[in-house]
Design a protein around this ligand. Structure first.
Ligand code: G
Ligand code: G
Ligand code: MN
Ligand code: NA
Length: 254
């Protein structure tokens, strides 16, 4: 109850903030991009992770204005980094099911690109399998229109839903993010290793660029790079960081 009334006011009170997690090339050398991850700086509860308020935001519909804020805030941040001479090549933003609607989303993306001047190709929108399966026909046409704007599209948490790679091929997706539940067992767990290698190999043949999430160890990063994964994301490289800390992280690497 406290959460719901608080959630309604959180936007006006500017209690939301974005943290950014780096994504590295498979050799760990080059920054490929960052993923924006939402947090709620609650006056009493402190920093609330998205798992604790996004379901409620979805139920109440508040996710629409919140999601629109995330998109604007993150794109403005990219342009601010450009001006500071900090090179962040690409920005990934998570979409929720309720945001994934034809006209509103297209207008929001179009507007934010026009207002900020951010090149469309530097924006990546992350969607989940369930968002595609709910209404495949609608999803295809929405994704095509988003692609026509020039943005990149990725499928998040791949492997946790019910879709196969062959089904995914019907959609104009650029990136496939292997869910961290597979990465967790690497390199020793034989089933995780076999499944991860197979997913990466097939995804590559189908021309997806593969991103692994939840990379926590050097051994996992080596395994994934050898398996053909292009981009790595996880605590091994960096946790999701508040803006000031990400800027320090970037500056330290230059
Ligand atoms: O940062 P963390 O691991 O706690 O994120 C947990 C979940 O919340 C992830 O599944 C992530 O996709 C989701 N999430 C994080 N930020 C956003 C956001 O801005 N919008 C939406 N819809 N989901 C987000
Ligand atoms: O579902 P999505 O991929 O958007 O969620 C990303 C979430 O995963 C973020 O909440 C982030 O905090 C979390 N995360 C990122 N890297 C790691 C990692 O190396 N290990 C674990 N356990 N979680 C991670
Ligand atoms: Mn994600
Ligand atoms: Na994910």
């Amino acid at each position: 109850l406290l959460m719901e009334s608080g959630l309604r006011q959180a936007l006006e009170r500017q209690e939301f903030e974005l943290h950014y997690q780096p994504q590295l090339s498979c050799d760990g050398q080059r920054l490929e991009g960052v993923e924006a991850l939402l947090r709620w700086r609650h006056p009493q509860l402190g920093l609330v992770p998205p798992g604790r308020f996004i379901p409620l935001a979805e139920e109440t519909g508040l996710i629409k204005p919140i999601g629109a804020w995330v998109l604007r805030e993150a794109c403005h941040q990219m342009v601010a980094w450009d001006k500071m001479g900090l090179c962040v090549p690409r920005l990934a933003v998570n979409l929720s099911a309720r945001q994934f609607e034809q006209q509103t989303l297209l207008n929001e993306v179009n507007d934010v690109l026009a207002v900020t001047g951010l090149a469309a190709s530097r924006l990546e929108l992350e969607i989940t399998e369930s968002m595609l399966m709910h209404n495949p026909q609608e999803a295809v046409s929405l994704l095509r229109e988003l692609k026509a704007l020039g943005v990149k599209l990725s499928i998040d948490d791949f492997g946790t839903g019910y879709s196969s790679l062959s089904t995914l091929k019907r959609y104009p997706l650029d990136y496939l993010k292997v869910d961290r539940s597979f990465v967790e067992g690497l390199p020793d767990d034989e089933d995780s290793a076999a499944i991860t290698e197979a997913i990466i190999a097939m995804a590559r043949k189908l021309k997806f660029t593969v991103i692994a999430e939840g990379v926590e160890t050097a051994a996992q990063s080596v395994f994934l790079a050898n398996a053909g994964c292009a981009i790595l994301q996880g605590y091994y490289y960096s946790r999701p960081l508040p803006v000031a800390q990400l800027q320090q992280w970037l500056a330290a690497r230059q």
